[in-house]
Design a protein around this ligand. Structure first.
Ligand SMILES: [Zn+2]
Ligand SMILES: [Zn+2]
Length: 142
């Protein structure tokens, strides 16, 4: 928990137990949950937690670049604690979102031009390994 307290302090964000819980949840669940997923999961252990608190906290954390907001699926925003620039892969069949650890090759070029880049988002869409295998198996059978 201490590292999350430090993180909030560094960013001059008021430390609340809810914010700490949200960061911890995102740091330990790299499944890119939506705001609703986050709320529902944390609510189980904190019956007093309100939806508004979760949504507002996510927004505060996002504004300070502590968490990333992904719009990969088009309708719902997903959240990610993972630091540094990385891209995402969305499976169109099962909805899985994976981290792709490659850096945007154009990022440095833009930096050299004097631009200040704060976020880089790369979205890949397709079939994940599991779904691709399932499809293959289906085709093999007569
Ligand atoms: Zn899949
Ligand atoms: Zn990610």
């Amino acid at each position: 928990m201490q590292k999350y307290v430090q993180l909030l302090k560094q960013n001059k964000i008021k430390i609340t137990p809810q914010r700490l819980q949200i960061i911890q949840f995102l740091d330990t669940h790299h499944t890119h949950p939506t705001a609703e997923d986050t709320y529902k999961t944390l609510k189980k252990n904190n019956p007093a937690l309100s939806r508004t608190t979760v949504y507002n906290s996510l927004e505060t954390l996002r504004k300070h670049h502590i968490i990333q907001e992904l719009t990969i699926s088009g309708n719902e925003h997903c959240y990610d604690f993972k630091q540094g620039s990385h891209h995402h892969f969305l499976c169109r069949t099962c909805g899985l979102i994976l981290d792709i650890d490659i850096k945007c090759p154009n990022q440095d070029r833009l930096l050299h031009n004097g631009h200040h880049i704060e976020e880089v988002h790369g979205y890949f869409k397709g079939l994940c390994k599991n779904c691709a295998n399932k499809q293959k198996n289906k085709k093999v059978k007569p």
